[in-house]
Design a protein around this ligand. Structure first.
Ligand code: RP5
Length: 295
């Protein structure tokens, strides 16, 4: 279960310790001290920013005390979006403060930006069908079962929606299509001719009617007190399944594997991705939960 408090945002994965990809242990944060409004004089979070971030790749900000760095928090800062999808965030001693509460760790960990790090998550769905092409209903709820395209993240081995970071200046719609192409269709490794064909099919899928499932804070294990993930998750539903039949799945880039997965509340997915899928099943009246187990 995610914890709820003060600002109404949830986080529990953001307390993952040791911090992903390291031996760094977060300062344990009890549930009743997650919210910033709860005074905690002796709070001593550990400071950590991964060496890969400190090396200043193009996607990372400089250190906060760098004299040439004057970020415009809560605003669009040139090509970099520093506005949060959850409204204004507090900047304390020059550092943005995680709107969902304490995480036991300061600095940026593995994240490049101080404050919000914007991502986009394409939720591509179709109905589960039997050999004759009929929709398959769940035996208990009688509701039809949806499937979504899932990738296995190389960094942690967890299954996830094939999302990724929004590049500076990039439109979210472009990120959604690009990330799906790179991670679920291995677009980066295709020949120019194959890429052109892929682009045509992708355009068909991504230009049809779609719906925004979720916009806001992500309960990501990489979050810190000063840097956190936010996303816009968008559902592209292939009602007949015919468009996706033209797009054979092939893992690429940060994805180690890709497959169609039946959507149910039993799925264990990265961050709070399973919550996004729940919202998708509600939209389509599809199966989600069998309800409480019988006594
Ligand atoms: C999650 O991290 C987002 O929901 C998105 O799926 C993902 C983006 O990060 P990378 O996959 O690019 O590492 O918080």
């Amino acid at each position: 279960m995610c914890s709820r408090h003060g600002v109404g945002l949830s986080h529990s994965r953001a307390l993952t310790s040791p911090y992903p990809g390291s031996q760094v242990r977060r300062c344990p944060v009890p549930e009743d001290r997650l919210g910033w409004r709860v005074a905690w004089q002796d709070y001593e979070p550990v400071e950590y920013t991964a060496a890969a971030v400190l090396a200043r790749p193009r996607w990372a900000d400089p250190h906060i005390s760098d004299k040439d760095f004057s970020p415009k928090f809560n605003e669009r800062d040139g090509e970099v979006e520093r506005k949060s999808l959850n409204g204004l965030y507090v900047v304390e001693n020059g550092r943005p403060r995680n709107p969902a509460g304490r995480t036991g760790l300061t600095g940026r960990g593995l994240l490049g930006r101080w404050g919000p790090n914007h991502a986009a998550d394409p939720v591509v769905t179709r109905w589960k069908r039997d050999g004759s092409g009929n929709k398959v209903a769940h035996p208990v709820t009688g509701k039809n079962i949806l499937q979504f395209v899932a990738i296995k993240r190389k960094d942690c081995g967890e299954w996830a929606i094939p999302g990724g970071m929004v590049d500076p200046g990039e439109k979210i719609s472009a990120t959604l299509k690009r990330e799906f192409g790179e991670e679920a269709l291995n677009a980066l490794e295709k020949s120019p001719e194959e890429k052109a064909e892929l682009e045509k099919q992708l355009h068909k899928l991504f230009s049809q009617e779609h719906f925004v499932v979720y916009r806001g804070y992500v309960d990501d294990p990489r979050n810190t007190d000063n840097a956190w993930m936010e996303t816009e998750a968008v559902n592209y539903h292939d009602e007949t399944g015919e468009t996706m039949d033209q797009l054979p799945l092939e893992a690429g880039d940060d994805a180690g594997a890709v497959k169609w997965v039946d959507i149910t509340e039993k799925l264990k997915l990265y961050a709070n991705h399973s919550y996004f899928l729940k919202l998708v099943t509600e939209k389509w009246g599809a199966h989600w939960s069998e309800g409480p187990a019988p006594e």
